[in-house]
Design a protein around this ligand. Structure first.
Ligand SMILES: CC(=O)SCCNC(=O)CCNC(=O)[C@H](O)C(C)(C)COP(=O)(O)OP(=O)(O)OC[C@H]1O[C@@H](n2cnc3c(N)ncnc32)[C@H](O)[C@@H]1OP(=O)(O)O
Ligand SMILES: CC(=O)C(=O)O
Length: 537
């Protein structure tokens, strides 16, 4: 028999408390729809009345299968719940569910609110009762609960009782400062559920958990609380949230669905089929926030199923379960066996097969491995530049056509006055190539159509991509997608490593690498690899 575990998302509220994150109302709507399709039970949309964006989101609230919740705080002392304008704005959003945060730590009641402990209890009781009287489902976020429980367990518990007796459907235990250890969270939850001789236990199916990641244990803390009996988990996509973030639902959800003991014991609103969309949802959120996805993120990171070491790749080819705790496709991810100086013949054969290249010539394979290792020693990195690796392998296998020959190139950078008498910087690149025996000279400037200077590498790229004779039509749709530069020590000399990502109109994306003490040379090498790889397609 499985038990129901409820998932409550607060990406749009606590997630928005992340430094540097500010969603528009339209973005909130898009994220809410993604969470809904994934199967979340509750989606907290924000704090109506606190800012125009949150108010706008609730005014045009999307239709969802999930329960939409508005967030706010308990009424302030010295006025009734009916006369508290902040609470009124929250209720006016008209959501079926309302979550109110209230203090449960006497230190905060006395110092942050400056009211008596009894006044705070009354604020909690009256606010929750008011929400319930409006026919809404009430949640109580018990702020600083675990710290409060250490200081004064009877008072912290009395705050929960006030919310419970006033009719709160969920009492959510918050580790607001994120400093409580998972084992302690579990022990406190067990205490609450067991009760004491003078206070009956609180039912676990009315308790939730809300953790923060300040000791990198928010997910572990949430699981400890579930183990001890709570039946609602609050968290955020990609672990967004105040300071170090909230419990990461992008890690928690697959753990609950795919891993024991959770898989056998609990049912959530997320199906195994919906879970296949997890990576896409996680990446879309990063895209909205203009953030680079975390490669090492559990389940959804680009490296989560990347097998770099030779011993791992060798075993993976025999049976993927040797080095994978779940199948990558269960969360929409893919297995990667990159090439690098950690690789052996198994990585190599697999990579060659993926590129449609033969892997039988062991002597050639050994040469490829040696070249990769020697070049990585000089500063190259092939596990992030798979297209350059393919070219290197083709060269050793005798399968690399010489499409064209680069005769020379030059870049100049000039500071000069424009026609408005303003000082500007302009780069000019000249590239000379020989295609089919014919020399072609291309010149390009770094200025774009708006008049902005795009730099010397841009000028070089435009000149290289300008006239490749009969190959030109095959490279016209190349677009530069990302450009990363790193200064590193190659032996005793500092060298520059450039990694460039390109895309084309058919949705291909490929990465190439160049290394040199000179950034222009390193960039040109990577650009040249990008063109040669594209011509092979
Ligand atoms: C743990 C959490 O993450 S809870 C969520 C926190 N989220 C946010 O704060 C984001 C949205 N907040 C806001 O936009 C603003 O803080 C508002 C609109 C809610 C309030 O703004 P202001 O009225 O200017 O108050 P301000 O932010 O300076 O201070 C909060 C006030 O609420 C009081 N307060 C704080 N928590 C509670 C509570 N649970 N119950 C009642 N009053 C509370 C504080 O004592 C303070 O009152 P004071 O000004 O009389 O000292
Ligand atoms: C309510 C909340 O976000 C917290 O206590 O952390």
């Amino acid at each position: 028999m499985t038990e129901r575990l409820y998932l409550y998302d607060t990406t749009l509220r606590d997630g928005q408390q992340t430094q540097g994150v500010q969603f528009s109302a339209a973005e909130k709507t898009e994220i809410a729809r993604m969470l809904d399709a994934l199967g979340l039970d509750y989606i907290e949309g924000g704090w109506p009345g606190a800012n125009p964006t949150d108010s706008e989101f609730f005014e045009q609230a999307p239709k969802l299968d999930a329960t939409l919740a508005a967030f706010g705080m308990t009424k302030r002392a010295g006025r009734s719940a009916e006369n508290d304008d902040v609470l009124a704005a929250v209720l006016n959003a008209g959501t079926p569910s309302v979550c109110l945060v209230g203090k449960t730590n006497p230190f905060h009641v006395e110092n942050a609110l400056g009211i008596t402990l009894d006044e705070n209890l009354e604020n909690i009781r009256a606010s929750i009762a008011h929400v319930v009287a409006q026919g809404r489902e009430a949640l109580f976020d018990a702020e600083h609960f675990f710290d409060g429980y250490e200081l004064d367990p009877a008072y912290a518990r009395a705050c929960l009782d006030a919310a419970h007796e006033a009719g709160a459907r969920w009492i959510v235990l918050c580790d607001t400062n994120g400093g409580t250890m998972p084992a302690r969270i579990g022990a406190v939850v067990r205490d609450l559920i067991a009760g004491t001789p003078d206070r009956p236990g609180l039912p676990g199916d009315r308790l939730g958990i809300h953790t923060h990641n300040d000791t990198e244990q928010a997910v572990a803390g949430s699981l400890a609380a579930v183990e001890a009996g709570v039946r609602q988990i609050q968290g955020t996509l990609n672990g967004l949230g105040e300071r170090c973030g909230n419990a990461n639902l992008t890690s928690l959800i697959p753990t609950l669905i795919l891993k024991e003991p959770w898989r056998s014991r609990f049912e959530t609103g997320v199906t195994e089929e919906a879970l296949h969309d997890l990576l896409r949802i996680s990446r879309r959120l990063d895209e909205i926030l203009n953030r680079v996805p975390r490669r090492e993120a559990a389940y959804v990171g680009a490296s989560a199923f990347a097998h770099k070491a030779g011993l791992h790749a060798s075993a993976i080819l025999k049976d993927p379960t040797t080095y994978e705790h779940v199948p990558p496709e269960s969360v929409g991810n893919v297995r990667v066996v990159p090439m690098s100086n950690q690789a052996g013949l198994s990585n190599l054969r697999r990579r060659l097969a993926e590129a449609g290249l033969p892997g039988e010539d062991t002597a050639a394979l050994r040469r490829i491995l040696e070249r990769v290792k020697a070049r990585e020693d000089k500063g190259y990195s092939y596990d992030g530049a798979q297209a350059s690796f393919e070219l290197l392998a083709r060269e050793e296998l005798g399968l690399m056509p010489e499409f064209f020959e680069v005769k020379r190139y030059r870049v100049t950078v000039e500071r000069r006055k424009n026609k408005y008498n303003e000082m500007i910087t302009l780069s000019e690149a000249v590239v000379v190539v020989k295609v089919d025996g014919e020399k072609k000279l291309s010149v390009s400037e770094s200025m774009d159509e708006t008049g902005a200077d795009r730099g010397p590498v841009n000028a070089l790229s435009k000149a290289l991509f300008k006239d490749l004779g009969r190959y030109q039509s095959q490279i016209d749709d190349i677009r530069l997608a990302d450009f990363r530069v790193r200064i590193m020590q190659g032996g005793t000399e500092a060298v520059t490593r450039v990694i460039i990502d390109h895309e084309d109109s058919q949705g291909r994306r490929w990465s190439t690498v160049g290394v040199s003490p000179n950034i222009v040379d390193a960039s040109f090498e990577a650009l040249l690899d990008a063109v040669r790889w594209k011509l092979l397609q």
